[in-house]
Design a protein around this ligand. Structure first.
Ligand code: NPW
Ligand code: K
Length: 461
């Protein structure tokens, strides 16, 4: 099932729709608190629990959680620096029979943070900031309810002390912050707690692990997909991309390069000479250009030839510095996928006149203005295609190694050559990249990562 990722406004709409259908806010809070409590009890396994309750409905959830835990025989402390403001939270507060203190020490055991949820809209100050500092310093097992209390739910901005949580329980639906930097790494394990909300017209989802199919019984090297990688000034990066591409499903990987490549594997076909002639081969199903391309006139000329060819293509690295409206006009943007990191995304936005505050908004606006499929890579990878946004579970931080992007581009090119669907290829490439990193074990080189793409493929067959 695809899991939606909602903004605060969309979340409020979904809750309103539930209420219009006859489920009141109290009922939703009961479901949220009761279902979250099941997770908390699993993690607490009998240890005492301290619940931190804030002024809004996130705090309301906290009182419900404390109530369920108390009735289940848990020792529960509630710390609430202020009385609840919302009517539903006040009702939850009154229903809780145990003691509530306005401050106090956190007992070793489990702490459940319900100070603020998606209603946080400004800097966290005292007394809440002091409690979050205390929580950060405590050795207890830390659970954030819905979102960590200092995290703004749409933009993932950190507005106060941010402890490192062991578990974050998203209520009702995922929020954007669950998948965005800088907040994401502090959330620990993340789990979705359902409360029976229904969602319509969802435009953002969590990418689900892909199902990659084996070649058809009548497959041969051409109909499995022929990826041509167009090299340029520097020989190493396109070779690395080719190493990954050869292991990601394409039946045939060629390198169009005028370098000699003495280290290239025997099975990689390298063609020299006229690029226009090479690109006229009708059997080529996708192209990759950018790694090691260079940024001079010759590089621009090679990019123009790729775009003029009309074939589906991945544009990466130097190609993203060269791409401009004039070059893009030569191609059908729908068939192109760009893979910018933060710096390249900023450059593309500047070139195409896009201004937006966050990486997410920049990626969306760039896709909107250009019609390109945008895979904005990094610790929080975002894919935007035709008005749809996909978020991804976090990959290994060991992927922050030189050449990692070339490997990703190679995988993506290979998947695009296999089936021609840029969005699907981009999703598959991120999962394969992450899985290859896991299988390569820590401190891998980009070359080792490229080789681990082969066992990673087996994980999704
Ligand atoms: N609605 C539903 O049906 C369901 C909602 N659910 C739960 O509700 C949560 C959202 O609840 P929410 O909208 O009440 O917001 P929440 O995050 O508790 O905090 C807002 C409160 O804090 C205040 N405030 C904000 N920033 C502040 C700051 N920096 N420093 C100090 N105060 C600050 C703000 O008051 P203000 O002062 O702005 O008037 C307001 O009182 C959601 O995350 C989920 O857990 C579930 O139970 C499922 C059903
Ligand atoms: K919280």
């Amino acid at each position: 099932m695809t899991e939606p990722v909602l903004t605060v406004a969309e979340m409020r709409e979904a809750e309103k729709a539930a209420m219009d259908r006859g489920t009141n806010e109290w009922e939703l809070m009961q479901r949220a608190g009761t279902n979250a409590a099941q997770w908390i009890m699993r993690m607490a396994a009998g240890r005492p629990v301290t619940v931190l309750c804030g002024p809004g409905n996130n705090g309301g959830d906290g009182y419900v959680i404390a109530d369920v835990l108390g009735r289940s025989g848990y020792e529960v402390d509630v710390i609430a620096p202020v009385e609840p403001k919302s009517e539903t939270a006040r009702r939850a507060r009154s229903a809780f029979q145990g003691g509530v203190s306005s401050d106090g020490a956190l007992r070793t055991g489990v702490a459940v943070d319900c100070l603020f949820g998606y209603g946080l809209d400004r800097k966290v100050e005292e007394p809440f900031s002091k409690i979050l500092e205390k929580l950060a310093a405590s050795p207890c097992y830390k659970i954030a309810i819905d979102v960590p209390s200092a995290v703004q739910s749409d933009a993932a901005r950190v507005l106060g002390p941010l402890p490192r949580y062991d578990l974050t329980l998203a209520l009702g639906a995922w929020k954007q912050a669950h998948f965005l930097m800088p907040a994401m790494p502090a959330m620990g394990e993340k789990r979705l707690v359902t409360i029976g909300l229904e969602f319509e017209d969802v435009s953002s989802t969590v990418s689900a692990a892909p199902k990659i199919t084996s070649p058809k019984p009548d497959a041969h090297k051409y109909n499995r997909g022929l990826l041509a990688i167009v090299a340029g000034a520097m020989p190493g990066a396109p070779l690395l991309a080719a190493e990954a591409a050869m292991r990601a499903g394409a039946g045939y990987v060629k390198l169009f390069s005028d370098h000699s490549h003495p280290d290239a594997p025997a099975e990689l076909v390298i063609e020299q000479g006229s690029l226009a002639d090479a690109l006229s081969d009708g059997r080529i199903s996708a192209l990759l250009i950018g790694p090691g391309l260079g940024r001079d006139d010759a590089a621009r000329e090679r990019l123009a030839k790729v775009l003029e060819s009309g074939k589906p293509a991945v544009l990466d690295a130097d190609a993203l510095h060269l791409l401009d409206p004039e070059l893009l006009a030569m191609a059908d943007a729908k068939t192109l996928c760009v893979t910018p990191h933060e710096g390249e995304l900023a450059k593309l936005c500047e070139t195409f006149g896009v201004t937006a505050e966050s990486k997410l908004d920049r990626a969306r606006a760039l896709a909107d203005v250009t019609g390109l499929t945008v895979l904005a890579k990094g610790p929080d990878t975002i894919l935007v295609h035709d008005g749809m946004t996909s978020f991804f579970p976090r990959g290994s931080s060991w992927l922050s190694v030189a050449g990692s992007g070339d490997v990703l581009a190679g995988i993506l090119g290979s998947r695009l050559a296999t089936h021609g669907d840029p969005r699907r290829a981009a999703e598959e490439s991120v999962w394969l990249h992450h899985e290859a990193a896991r299988l390569a074990s820590p401190a891998f080189s980009a070359g080792e990562l490229a080789h681990a793409v082969k066992p990673a493929m087996a994980s999704f067959l």
